[in-house]
Design a protein around this ligand. Sequence first.
Ligand code: UDP
Length: 318
Amino acid sequence: MRILITGAAGFLGSHLSDRLIKDGHDVVGMDNFITGSQDNIVHLMGNEHFSFYKHDISNYIFVPSKLDAVMHFASPASPNPASPLAYFNLPIQTMKAGALGTHNTLGVAKANHARFLLASTSEIYGDPTEHPQKETYAGNVDITGPRAVYDEAKRFAESLTLAYHRQHGVDTRIVRIFNTYGPRMDLDDGRALPNLLRLALLNQPLTVYGDGGQTRSFCFVDDLIDGIVKLLYSDEHMPVNIGNPVEMTILEFAHTINKITGNKAGVVFVDARSARDPQRRRPDITRAKDLLGWEPKVNLEEGLMKTIDYFKMKLGIA
Ligand code: UDP
């Protein structure tokens, strides 16, 4: 297949590009570098199976050659207000990427009779009142809160994707992505893993927001990409959760990072939780197991070891 990937210079988009090229496909990457990085795709430049366009997908998209699939991964995605890359700080760009960008990429898929896959998010569940989150749960999103620009844009994107499927017969897929980590994460994007792992490698105390009792589950990027590719190859049109179901508190997560890195500086509790920071989050992955035969294979310790090498390289630590 010849596959357009928007957000190809991002954390997930670049891993997806690598995997699809490895599977024998041609990838057309697109990114405007608002949060993506050239470092993530520099190794693909010159590869005959990869081409690249610098473009803002909230504007009309033109790709001259015929496409077989379109995967829409472009969006600011960091939830941490401390980061300049956070969607809190890029509210209009975030809404445009999820709304106009989804409209434009669906248009490209329709014109090419191509398969379409939308990168959606666990954020569409908001601060969930149902736990773990199944795909049937409608969510608890604060429409006017600071996270709404991301959450509501992705909710709109899902509805628009299904509208194109139902009205125009576009062959669509929707993946709801839960917290993911691994090499090529932006060290400064303010999320829990980059923040805490960077601090641990610098032998500093890990900043735990609030009392650290809020929970998440962390999926290693290779597992996540494998689930997404299986969904692309499937014929499932309704949303599928992809994420790791091993839930832990952020305090437990911080202790694990300190243990693995040998950091003796402990943790420090700071009052920095962002508004409507979800209290609990864990995917119900029954649909992914039943429909795709997928479940994550990499445990947290293994995944952290693989991520540490990348962080050390970026931090210049031997
Ligand atoms: N968090 C933390 N310390 C940090 C960064 C994040 O305790 O240095 C917490 C944050 O408040 C949230 C959780 O870790 O409850 C996960 O945050 P992240 O930004 O990774 O993404 P989210 O799951 O909120 O979308």
